[in-house]
Design a protein around this ligand. Structure first.
Ligand code: PEP
Ligand code: MN
Length: 374
């Protein structure tokens, strides 16, 4: 059960305390207070957790400062598309608007290796007018003997290069809550040169403590990667852990699922589920063809499989495209076989522009058909 308080409730409201006391008087009920900053107003919500079936709504509706009491019968209460959804679709972060209508490319290094390679990669993005990038500092690897990322040591390289080349958002995986402080400190030392979108990787897709930590901070948006071996519903529930902490600036990312049925690709491409996520939730949706396909092979038409997979996502209305790029893929310390060269990136940018136009034409076609039949 969620008690939605009237907008702009003062933090020291005495009614809020009485509501919490009333709720806790019921056996087994605990409460959590969430403050949600929407586009135009701030909202306070009191979540009642436990056996709420016997708790009457009327008890709370009587309070002057209560707007409404919502019984949770719908799935995905915070991120879902249903009545009572309070935030508009999408969000703006560091001057970049991300929504279910926009498309942004986030190319970059899977794992940062040298200062020079970050600089070369971000310079290439600047030449294309791209202001959003990826850069991995903390790498959760399958084997403990593989390169684990440069960690906090490479954050200054990333943020300085981002500032120099006009990058406004860097998507960066975090594997532990403590890394948020390292990122904050390095960002502050760089004079706030850029913004960071925290990436929760597929290996942490159900690390509920990490998800809660990402949700309880409201500074950085979160790019949530679908778990490689779990259903869409399970992944969306994991996203609810982030959103229920009050951080609604979430992007959902499809990156393929683990199955030998995807061979010879690294994962089985799951981008056909993109429209499903857009229908069920208000979240912008990202596709990551690099981790889905995992190699630079070309098809009979000469086009890389990875480009074809990217196109599948974009023609279905993807809002973000996360792509591994490396100036010298053969020297990359992580995921070199799937990294595009800077020359490949030039082609990808043109290719994606063609596909995006095709998607927009498809949307216009559908609109015309709907108007004609109404
Ligand atoms: C990544 O994007 O660097 C990554 C490790 O991806 P995933 O979590 O999808 O495997
Ligand atoms: Mn990778």
């Amino acid at each position: 059960m969620i008690i939605v308080m009237k907008a702009d409730l003062p933090a020291d409201s005495s009614e809020l305390n009485r509501i919490i006391e009333t709720a806790r008087a019921y056996p087994g009920i605990t409460t959590e207070v969430h403050r949600v900053q929407g586009a135009t107003r701030s909202l306070t919500e009191v979540y009642l957790l436990g056996p709420t079936g016997v708790v009457p709504s009327i008890k709370f509706e009587q309070f002057e400062s209560v707007e409404k009491v919502v019984r949770i019968t719908q799935k995905f209460r915070s991120i879902g598309r249903h009545d009572g959804a309070i935030d508009s679709v999408g969000f703006e972060y560091n001057g970049v608007r991300i929504s279910q209508d926009s498309l942004h490319l986030f190319p970059g290094l899977c794992a940062v290796d040298t200062r020079e390679n970050v600089g070369r990669t971000f310079a290439a993005l600047e030449r294309h007018g791209i202001v959003t990038a990826r850069a991995g500092a903390y790498k959760p690897r399958t084997s403990p003997y593989d390169f684990q990322g440069r960690g906090a040591a490479c954050l200054p390289w990333i943020f300085e290069a981002a500032g120099k080349h006009g990058i406004r958002i860097v998507a960066m995986e975090v594997t532990h809550e403590a890394q948020l402080d390292e990122i904050r400190a390095a960002l502050a030392s760089s004079g706030g040169a850029t913004g960071v979108m925290l990436q929760i990787g597929t290996r942490n897709a159900q690390n509920f403590e990490l998800l809660r930590a990402a949700g309880q901070q409201h500074e950085f948006p979160v790019l949530y990667k679908r778990g490689m071996g779990i259903t869409i519903e399970e992944s969306l529930n994991a996203c609810e852990y982030i959103a229920s902490g009050g951080n609604r600036r979430i992007v959902f990312c499809l990156r393929g699922v683990k199955s030998n049925l995807g061979d010879p690709h690294r994962n089985l491409v799951d981008f056909a589920q993109l429209p499903v996520v857009k229908r069920l939730t208000r979240l912008p949706v990202c596709v990551d063809p690099s981790h889905a396909v995992g190699r630079r092979d070309r098809s009979a038409d000469g086009i890389q499989d990875l480009f074809h997979a990217a196109a599948q996502g974009v023609i279905a209305g993807a809002n973000l495209l996360l792509v591994d790029v490396h100036p010298r893929p053969e020297e990359a310390l992580c995921d070199g076989p799937q990294a595009l060269t800077l020359d490949d990136l030039d082609e990808l940018v043109e290719d994606i522009a063609i596909v995006r136009q095709a998607y927009e034409a498809r949307v216009r076609l559908r609109k015309r058909r709907t108007e004609r039949s109404s």
